[in-house]
Design a protein around this ligand. Structure first.
Ligand code: BGC
Length: 439
């Protein structure tokens, strides 16, 4: 892939936050030392995970977190985004683990940035139930009370859009439901959970609160009105269904009516001001009119009855996952957000960006990240207020329905080795050098 790699990356503003991200279920393991989550139930069902694996051990980060914090310190990141497992917090001794992790991070000079929900819902709960939002606020209060003396930056939810779509509409993720548009209450209840969490955090004296949502430009398949209409609809689902209520306190036209409960009252909670807005960016999506057939796309099966179809983005390199590599899509996305929300847009943090490739000499990952960091800088130059960038991910890990087949890490993990040996990849050294040059 042609890149500018080799030319130094332009300096970002002082105070720009550089980090890496992970999530609890994908790395912690130690599944016996916590109650079950919907993901434990899902992975126990045959055929749900492509390689038949589970996250029972994963990277065993629960026991090896000291080694992983040393890797973070060696990388030189300012911050580490991890998630707090709700099932673990519910289990005896569970919060002690996060206490130790946060202490270790602070001692290493790495700022802890916890996400309070990253898809591993306790198996006894259900996002179709409104009460789950209130239960989440209780969980958040418990965590904030314990960690709030050292944690100064918080994320409520990770990607409620993907959790709704993959987990409840298409059934590719836990809890494996195929409700299609009947999954919309799951979106509303997560948004309500976000708003209640913001209030719970503020009540606990916490500040610097954001949410991490997945976004990407939608590219219409053609100028044909049917393609434009389908793409516009998809764009609302991906880029506005979650962002509008959080940023504007309103649903996009036509969607509020489909949500359960007293939506107007709930929107006042959902629209509680956040201090920043997190964006996870991987790739744009090309979308056209429905084609009347099932579509296999990026590891997913999309049913024929959807009112849009996803098309291939041609003439682009793809990652091992088959996702197109489009760095300038990040600039387009960010300037588009600025144009859409104007003064209402809070400062942005890129809370995830990364790619799956095999190998320890991962030049493709370097090219991907290099391109995206430059595209991010272009957005800053265009006047978008971006305050941080987190690479997904520190470690190769349990990539949900793909099992261990997709490697997103800056650090290789040998899952066949009993010690789960960690080996920094070429991209780890590259990112370390980028960070050093920014100091
Ligand atoms: C999720 C991560 C996931 C990554 C790569 C994001 O949607 O937040 O948990 O591993 O994408 O698929």
């Amino acid at each position: 892939m042609a890149t500018d790699a080799g030319n130094p990356i332009t300096r970002f503003p002082a105070g720009f936050l550089w980090g890496v991200s992970t999530s609890a279920h994908q790395i912690e393991g130690a599944a016996k030392e916590r109650e079950a989550s919907v993901w434990d139930v899902f992975t126990a069902e045959p055929g749900r995970v492509k390689d038949g694996s589970t996250a029972a051990v994963a990277c065993d980060h629960y026991h090896r977190y000291r080694e992983d914090v040393a890797l973070l310190a060696g990388l030189g990141v300012d911050a580490y985004r991890f998630s707090v497992s709700w099932p673990r917090v519910n289990s005896p001794g569970g919060l002690d683990f996060y206490d130790r992790l946060v202490d270790e991070l602070c001692a290493a000079g790495v700022r802890p940035v916890p996400t309070l929900f990253h898809w591993d819902l306790p198996a006894s709960l259900d996002w179709l139930e409104r009460d789950t939002a209130a239960r989440f606020a209780d969980h958040v209060s418990v965590v904030a009370e314990r960690l709030g003396d050292r944690v100064t930056k918080w994320i409520t939810l990770n990607e409620p859009a993907e959790h709704t779509l993959l987990g409840h509409a298409l059934g590719a993720h836990a809890p494996g439901r195929q409700l299609l548009f009947d999954a919309l209450p799951v979106a509303h209840h997560q948004l309500l959970a976000h708003g209640l969490a913001v209030r719970a955090l503020r009540a606990a004296g916490a500040g610097d609160i954001g949410i991490a949502n997945s976004h990407g430009p939608t590219w219409p398949a053609s100028k044909d009105p049917a393609d434009l209409e389908a793409a516009a609809f998809y764009d609302v689902l991906l880029n506005r269904l979650f962002a509008d209520p959080v940023i504007l306190g309103a649903y996009p036209e036509g969607l509020g009516e489909l949500m359960p409960g007293d939506v107007q009252a709930d929107l006042k909670v959902i629209g509680e001001p956040v201090d920043w807005y997190g964006i996870n960016y991987y790739a744009p999506t090309r979308v056209g009119a429905p084609q009347g057939t099932e579509i296999e796309f990026g590891g997913l099966t999309l049913p024929a009855e959807l009112p849009f179809s996803v098309r291939e983005i041609e003439d682009r390199p793809v990652t091992d996952f088959g996702w197109p590599v489009v760095p300038e899509g990040l600039t387009e996305l960010l300037t588009g957000f600025r144009d859409r929300y104007g003064d209402r847009l809070p400062p942005i943090v890129i809370t995830e960006n990364g790619c799956s490739y095999e190998g320890i000499d991962d030049q493709d990952r370097i090219a991907y990240l290099d391109g995206h960091v430059r595209a991010l800088h272009a957005a800053l130059e265009a006047g978008v207020d971006v305050r941080g960038y987190f690479v997904w991910s520190l470690l190769d890990n349990f990539e949900w329905a793909e099992g261990y087949a997709r490697r997103f890490g800056l650090v290789h993990v040998d899952f066949a080795d009993p010690t789960l040996k960690r080996t920094p990849k070429a991209s780890y050294h590259w990112f370390r050098d980028v960070l050093r040059a920014q100091r």
